[in-house]
Design a protein around this ligand. Structure first.
Ligand SMILES: Cc1cc2nc3c(=O)[nH]c(=O)nc-3n(C[C@H](O)[C@H](O)[C@H](O)COP(=O)(O)OP(=O)(O)OC[C@H]3O[C@@H](n4cnc5c(N)ncnc54)[C@H](O)[C@@H]3O)c2cc1C
Length: 374
């Protein structure tokens, strides 16, 4: 696990920006917020910041994994785990470039010192472990294998969680209700305004991804978030034998392949563009083409719509650290900025926030994710 802002990233950006099928796209806008975000991102692209961020993210990720495992093993949720295809599949980060593989090996030693269990595999070991990679045998420089990686369908996880919270804890949920603004009295937030009226609250937690920015702005809370737009397709697996069983990250192309139930979820791209979550078919086409190039015969010849093309906005902070905890205003709490790791860190962030709300000592260092300066 490493943040997008790393020491080698700035050098790669010009190449990415010139290729039409590159993993990153940037459309400059006359928007000071975009330039402020980019300047902060570039300041974070150094080894010291990247290592410190990795250390903090790993702690939160380990905590998150522990909470997820406890959740799926709990009596109330056991039946739900199969509903969201939760499984331990392991992950291979496949490198085609020897220099990139060597630097990943060095990072592996650092991450091992932080408690990560990973192995560096050569080409043959990599294919022995995941035969679906045989088609690109000659291109593989090596891979980093993490046996403990888990997968699940995050949308169905949310549905399961909502069901449990409503049935077992009597939580009331208002879907389709838009928060139009915060209700502020002096330096205290006392509720939210919605299209159906004011909802008073002792504590308001803003966890609306990129949509949180306009909600918070009138109260003077300005988290530095920028949407990194990404895409996914979901390939139905009729002949599951040829698809990978282990999750694969194609490091050079920054595309992730994860088998979830009887499907292969393919996700990638990080576009700094305007236009919300509208789907750019050229980007989806790149995902389809890359999947076909990596796993021959996996993507059936069906209309694109049947591959469930999707675009989402990763709410990213420049350095990659989420903001979890109390804000500068009394009664206002943030749970924002998880970038590309929202599902990975969800349970940990929720645990950290719940402990802070309840006045308990959190299991991870709350200052690492402080939201007080936003
Ligand atoms: C292609 C792609 C692949 C990804 N793969 C992974 C992965 O493998 N693992 C991983 O951990 N993460 C992954 N991510 C990242 C993950 O999706 C995000 O980190 C996560 O969705 C952020 O969660 P969030 O709840 O903060 O924001 P969001 O998911 O954006 O959710 C915010 C919610 O708040 C609602 N909202 C916003 N404003 C308002 C308002 N005013 N009133 C009411 N509701 C509002 C929105 O409608 C939305 O439902 C991926 C992202 C993309 C784009």
């Amino acid at each position: 696990m490493a943040p997008l802002a790393g020491p080698g990233v700035i050098g790669k950006v010009p190449g990415w920006l010139l290729r039409r099928d590159s993993p990153m796209r940037f459309r400059p806008a006359a928007d000071p917020a975009q330039w402020r975000w980019l300047a902060a991102f570039m300041r974070a692209c150094n080894a010291a910041t990247s290592e410190a961020t990795t250390r903090k993210l790993l702690r939160l990720a380990f905590y998150s994994r522990d909470l997820m495992q406890a959740f799926v093993a709990s009596e109330g949720a056991k039946a739900e785990a199969s509903d969201f295809d939760f499984a331990r599949r392991g992950k291979l980060i496949v490198h085609r470039d020897s220099a990139a593989f060597e630097s990943a090996r060095r990072l592996l030693d650092y991450q091992a010192s932080l408690g990560c269990e990973q192995q560096a595999l050569d080409r043959e070991a990599c294919i022995a472990l995941e035969p679906a990679l045989a088609g690109i045998r000659d291109e593989i420089a090596g891979a980093i294998y993490t046996p403990s990686e888990e997968v699940g369908d995050c949308h169905r996880f949310c549905l399961s969680l909502a069901r449990l919270l409503q049935q077992q804890s009597g939580v009331s949920m208002r879907f389709g209700t838009v928060v139009q603004g915060l209700v502020q009295e002096g330096d205290r937030i006392t509720g939210v305004r919605t299209q159906t009226g004011v909802v008073p609250a002792d504590a308001v937690v803003v966890a609306g991804g990129i949509g949180s920015v306009p909600v918070l702005r009138p109260a003077g809370v300005r988290p530095m978030l920028w949407p990194l737009k990404g895409y996914s397709i979901t390939v139905p697996l009729s002949d599951g034998g040829r698809a990978p069983h282990i999750s694969i990250t194609d490091f050079a192309n920054k595309i992730v392949y994860a088998r979830i139930g009887n499907t292969l979820r393919v996700a990638g791209m990080a576009d700094l563009v305007r236009g919300g979550a509208a789907i750019d078919l050229e980007r989806v086409g790149t995902l389809v083409a890359q999947t076909r190039a990596l796993f021959d015969g996996i993507v059936p010849d069906i209309p694109l719509a049947q591959l469930q093309p999707w675009a989402g906005l990763r709410p990213a902070t420049p350095d990659g650290l989420p903001l979890v905890g109390p804000s500068r205003l009394h009664g206002l709490w943030l749970n924002l900025g998880h970038g590309a790791l929202g599902f990975t860190l969800a349970m940990g962030s929720a645990g950290l926030l719940a402990d802070q709300l309840a006045g308990r000592k959190p299991a991870v260092n709350a200052e690492d994710f402080s939201a007080a300066l936003a």
